[in-house]
Unconditional design. Structure first.
Length: 225
């Protein structure tokens, strides 16, 4: 993943302007924030657009607007077949779809190959991982760190994206590349990690309400009463 992140970083450095297209959920918002801050620090002009989903209508509009480079965050893996004609990079953790040859390019495989070369994707699925080893924000963070090691302070934002995508739910802690991000944040002094109870609302609710509404952990004969 870090090798691909370096390739994407090189494309970003060479671009005079980048259009960021990202998802509207926690993961997408934090990923867009990481990308925007990293580009700001490099002095690369850019703009950010938030979309509910990446469909043909959105892609058509992105193509109409035109941009030297488009950066898709937390989306794009499922629409690779529709991105022909774009210079694009993708940082996504969703399952990629098969790369079908668009009808307009089926008669010219050379153009199709050139079109695919213009799209570069960082995705844990391509490296043998799954959707929960890194979020879209985490993939964007990998690129930000490749742009400049000083961007490790953005690790805290990437962890928010991972937890917002409940990537800590199955094992009750972050795994995979998320652990690398967590360690980066600790070393940068922007994160602390400790073993504790998972009680939602503990900072704002009195103890009895925290226990009443607790579902993880569920305490028999106490929670829900």
């Amino acid at each position: 993943m870090e090798a691909v992140a370096q390739e994407i970083a090189e494309r970003l450095r060479a671009s005079p302007f980048v259009r960021i297209v990202t998802h509207i959920d926690t993961d997408g918002i934090t990923g867009g924030a990481i990308a925007s801050e990293a580009l700001d620090r490099r002095g690369i002009a850019h703009e950010v657009a938030f979309v509910k989903k990446l469909d043909d209508a959105v892609i058509t509009e992105v193509k109409r607007q035109g941009a030297p480079l488009v950066w898709f965050i937390d989306l794009g893996a499922g629409m690779m077949h529709a991105l022909h004609g774009l210079d694009a990079v993708i940082t996504d953790h969703h399952v990629p779809t098969e790369r079908e040859i668009p009808k307009v390019l089926r008669g010219d495989l050379i153009r199709f190959a050139e079109s695919q070369d213009r799209i570069l994707m960082l995705n844990p699925h391509l490296e043998g991982g799954g959707s929960d080893v890194a979020s879209g924000a985490g993939c964007a963070y990998a690129v930000a760190r490749a742009l400049d090691p000083g961007n490790r302070d953005l690790a805290a934002v990437a962890v928010v994206g991972a937890v917002g995508d409940v990537q800590d739910q199955e094992f009750r802690h972050l795994t995979g590349y998320n652990r690398t991000i967590l360690q980066d944040g600790i070393e940068a002094g922007v994160l602390q990690a400790q073993t504790d109870l998972r009680l939602f609302g503990r900072e704002t609710r009195p103890a009895y309400k925290t226990l009443h509404y607790a579902t993880d952990p569920w305490i028999p004969r106490l929670c829900g009463k």
